[in-house]
Design a protein around this ligand. Sequence first.
Ligand code: HEC
Length: 96
Amino acid sequence: MLQPQSYAFIRRVTTTSKEKAFQILENKCNVCHNKRNRRRVFTLDNMNPWVDDVYKQVFIKKRMPKGKKIKLTSQEYQDLLTWISATQNNQNGNQL
Ligand code: HEC
């Protein structure tokens, strides 16, 4: 049985992974989407509903980040994946 403070802990860990992921989306994705794909500018409010699209484009099809100039470091791939798995596991229920 989880104690209430454990839920607070889990929520904090997940929020941190979301914030880390947002920094990556902001630095490596929005820089371009701001100009070239304005319907897909990531914010803290829309990023969770778009998690499956991010996963598909970055990890399955490997289309994003588009072009040769912007690359993700292995740490950034790891941080995105941490957010993706935390978010996919939480899709029914609490919006983290
Ligand atoms: C240099 C420009 C550029 C960068 C950097 C970039 N994108 Fe994109 N992205 C585009 C453009 C242009 C489109 C729309 C055309 C297309 O799909 O190729 C797009 C489309 C998308 C789509 C929708 C594709 C679909 O068919 O549903 C997603 C999701 C996406 N990008 C995610 C990302 C993520 C996540 C990153 C960062 C890791 C990123 N993009 C980085 C230019 C970029």
